[in-house]
Design a protein around this ligand. Structure first.
Ligand code: IVH
Length: 721
């Protein structure tokens, strides 16, 4: 204990420790926010855990500084908030647990349910019957031995102590409630006291039984929801094609998926679940292991990677075996969980203020490798941002061969003091893109000094001098108009599904047409002809026609999406919608003043300046004029709000499945705009179903039974045109 008492105040803690506590609280609170709310972790799990351990140790030294709001006292919450309903990847598996261990049912069977939450977020918030705790964790084998010693001591020399070793699954925890054998609720951990009921999504997971036989019929079982590696990779490949942001890891993907409001999307993604903890009154079985085995017999997915151990050596063997073998598993794991097997012994050991004394998690180190940095290349992005990329001697890491790693920006290169030919440590952490975490300075040869890496001053693609905008980490190429990757990037953004949705113009075709000199900017697309395309190798009349048809169809894309497609920096889909609502035509937007622009929700100083700069550029003015001449929708269609006379007047319409031309929300809006009513379930009164791909089987069956018509999205669009 390093107490440095102040000369003037005997009661004051050492100033440096108090300051450190306050700084750690701030830092961990911020890290939780970044992790849970923004889904952009700023600390690695290891760094977070170490800082949390340090905070807990310091707080134990200074009980007078106790603060219930300290991040050591609560878990970061996964509860949905009204604004978190986009697909925000987040999860709850990092916390080192900071909960009150009041381990008794919340009420006599009456669930406390917040139904209001459902209106706002789509999920009911329900009180957990038993608080959902976490586990204390360690990265050190020595601490595992110390924990075992504490267990033996706590059990006062009992010799028959068995430890169950299990894998620590890296997904998000779920609590399943079975009443009379039927699955009635599925709660996320939430804030540990109450969670979101995501049952509709959980019911899509094939390995979770909806109904179980046998006794007891009413109980709770907990486990981890995971997205298998294979499905994770498939989804990210698709997202890449659709130009949607990639999920950083399967845990984030599983978390985003579980909070989706559309069970069809969840089913399609293919989640799985591993269960590891049975709770309830009057349960049979005197041990944790027996309970798991009888749960398995009742049809629950219990992992085979479980071992009943009788000595420290057996525990260590399990840890060492799975530290490497886990690479062959279909799902992500990040450690091993050790639990005292006997439930009686668990009761004797009980809980600390925050975690069970009868369990602990040993966390695996992120896999890292040392390899040689051969060179650094500089990629120019769609917006001109320059990203340095390390080219490495290929090295095997977490199941894949790594040849390249991101270097973020110039400051990062400087902070590593990176030199060409350096040996560097590469880590995969939880992210898909490998990171360089340090230079292996010992491997530097002092006889042949290496030259430091210098960030370029001109664009590697077009030679324009780079600029660094104040406050930004990235250097940028300012030559938007003629820098090739920026031109191609703008074209790719323009044709993307969420923008103009031009079928047949993928990034390879754009590259090809770019090389032919046909495409330099987005207006050039509307000058393409079938005669020009057909003779190219691999095309022919049919595919040329298809491309031209796609281009023609894009002329019907409504103004808000055209505005998004033209690619003004920082004007994303949502901002474009808000701008288009306020400015009904491109002309009005062009004429808008700075003050007019910042009066629009979501539009701040930077976006307003970008819009003004965009329309001031003569190149852009020429492009906009050509787009108008080509017949694009640069004026909002004056669709009446709730048109009682509209083509859908008096119709009750159900939306089901996934769509490619518009989002589900856009279809909802259209139905209302054109006088119809969007209803949730199919009945005899339903006029028709707007049916996308993968329509839910229940709805399909009901529609067939009641003879309700299905309309494709194209049929629907021509109906309202
Ligand atoms: S037991 C009271 N067993 O790890 C103890 N948890 O950091 C209940 N986890 O919140 C948890 N695999 O989400 C347990 N085999 C396993 C686990 C496991 C993953 C998660 C769980 C927990 C977190 C703790």
């Amino acid at each position: 204990m390093s107490q440095q008492l102040s000369l003037f105040d005997d009661f004051a803690p050492a100033l440096s420790e108090k300051d450190e506590i306050l700084a750690l609280r701030r830092e961990l609170e911020e890290a939780n926010y970044q992790y849970y709310v923004l889904s952009q972790p700023t600390l690695t799990d290891r760094e977070f855990d170490e800082k949390m351990h340090r905070l807990e140790a310091l707080e134990a030294l200074h009980p007078e500084l106790y603060d219930p709001a300290s991040p050591s006292q609560h878990v970061g919450s996964d509860l949905s908030t009204p604004s978190s309903q986009s697909e925000t990847p987040k999860s709850d598996n990092r916390s080192s647990s900071r909960l009150q261990a009041v381990f008794k049912p919340s009420s006599s069977g009456l669930d406390f349910v917040d139904s209001e939450a459902k209106k706002q977020t789509g999920f009911e918030q329900v009180q957990h019957r038993y608080p959902m705790l976490s586990l204390s964790n360690t990265y050190s084998e020595e601490e595992i031995r110390q924990w075992l010693d504490r267990v033996y001591k706590g059990l006062e020399g009992q010799t028959d102590v068995e430890i169950v070793c299990e894998l620590k699954y890296d997904g998000l925890s779920i609590s399943l409630w079975y009443e009379n054998g039927r699955l009635t609720r599925a709660l996320t951990r939430g804030d540990g006291q109450k969670g979101d009921d995501v049952i509709a999504n959980i019911l899509t997971i094939p390995s979770i039984p909806h109904q179980v036989e046998g006794e007891p019929a009413t109980f709770e079982i907990r486990g981890e929801v995971l997205l298998p590696w294979q499905n994770f990779e498939r989804i990210n490949r698709q997202r890449e094609q659709d130009e949607e942001p990639l999920f950083a890891n399967p845990r984030n993907a599983a978390s985003g998926t579980l909070k989706s409001l559309d069970p069809n999307v969840v089913r399609e993604r293919g989640l799985d679940a591993y269960l590891y903890y049975v709770l309830g009154e009057n349960l049979e079985g005197a041990t944790h292991y027996d309970r798991l085995m009888s749960a398995r017999q009742r049809g629950f997915h219990i992992s085979d990677a479980i071992r009943l151990c009788h000595s420290v050596d057996e525990v260590m063997d399990f840890i060492h075996f799975w530290d490497t073998e886990r690479r062959n598993l279909p799902v992500a794991t990040d450690g091993v969980v050790l639990k005292v097997n006997s439930l009686k012994q668990q009761d004797i050991l009980g809980f600390t203020a925050k975690t069970p004394r009868w369990a602990i998690a040993f966390k695996f180190e992120a896999e890292k490798q040392c390899t040689r940095l051969n060179s650094v290349s500089y990629q120019v992005g769609r917006t001109g941002a320059i990203t340095p990329v390390a080219n490495l001697d290929p090295v095997q890491l977490s199941g894949t061969v790594v040849k390249r790693a991101t270097l973020n920006n110039e400051d990062f290169i400087r902070s590593l003091d990176l030199h060409e030919g350096d040996y560097v440590w590469v880590e995969k952490g939880g992210e898909i893109i490998p990171k360089i975490t340090a230079v292996n300075v010992e491997k530097r040869d002092s006889n042949s000094p290496l030259s430091p890496i210098h960030f370029p001053t001109i664009c590697p693609e077009c030679g324009a001098p780079l600029v660094r905008i104040e406050g930004e980490a990235a250097w940028r190429c300012p030559n938007e108009a003629t820098c090739p990757p920026q031109q191609k990037g703008k074209l790719e953004h323009f044709v993307a599904r969420k923008a103009m949705n031009i079928d047949g113009l993928g990034s390879e075709t754009i590259d090809l047409f770019y090389e032919q000199g046909w495409l330099r900017n987005i207006a050039d697309i509307y000058a393409l002809t079938a005669e020009q395309i057909a003779p190219l190798t691999g095309f022919g009349d049919k595919s040329a026609e298809r491309i031209i048809q796609g281009i023609q169809l894009s002329k019907q894309v409504p103004w808000p999406r055209v505005l998004f497609a033209i690619g003004i920096r920082l004007v994303g889909e949502t901002t474009a919608k808000k701008l288009a609502k306020r400015f009904h035509s491109v002309q009005l937007l062009q004429e808008a003043s700075y003050d007019d622009l910042i009066a629009v929700e979501d539009v701040g100083d930077e976006i307003a300046k970008n819009i003004i700069a965009f329309f001031l550029s003569p190149d852009n003015q020429a492009i906009i004029q050509r787009l108008q001449e080509a017949g694009l929708q640069m004026i909002g269609t004056a669709a009446p709000t709730s048109d009682k006379q509209g083509p859908l007047a008096g119709l009750s319409i159900v939306i089901s499945g996934t769509f490619s031309r518009h989002s589900r929300d856009e279809y909802k809006e259209m139905i209302e705009q054109y006088g119809g009513k969007n209803v949730g379930s199919v009945s005899a009164k339903t006029s028709f179903i707007l049916a996308g791909d993968n329509m839910g089987p229940a709805k399909l069956e009901k529609a067939e039974k009641l003879g309700v018509k299905l309309l494709s999205e194209d049929e629907f669009l021509s109906m309202i045109q």
